[in-house]
Design a protein around this ligand. Sequence first.
Ligand code: AMP
Ligand code: ZN
Length: 114
Amino acid sequence: MGECIFCKIVNKQIPSEIVYEDEHVCAFKDINPTAPVHILVVPKQHIESLNHLDNSHKELIGHIFVVAKELSDRFGVKEKGFRIVVNCGEDGGQTVNHLHFHLLGGRKFSWPAG
Ligand code: AMP
Ligand code: ZN
């Protein structure tokens, strides 16, 4: 995982705007935001993608959603609504191979997503 950019953020080897962290999870502002609120919630453990999950990760994934919900409140988008996105693999548009959950809010999103 030596070259993984999100592992480096988690380990504070490169700077980022971390907004939440605990034993298992780290959340930081996306460097190229696509919405007024754009936060990435990542497991501290290097997991490449949703394709790499197994039953041992169930609690971790539930925890990530609870953290994301709490951040939606802290960043003022809980009431109006928000979107959580996980891109997986090439067709899913995943560009960083460390599992991450986009928390997006502060504007309206269309559906179906393009
Ligand atoms: P994805 O396309 O789902 O893999 O999303 C990767 C996200 O990581 C993109 O929204 C990027 O803007 C974001 N990103 C890449 N490098 C950094 C970084 N150093 N700090 C914060 N966000 C980053
Ligand atoms: Zn990583």
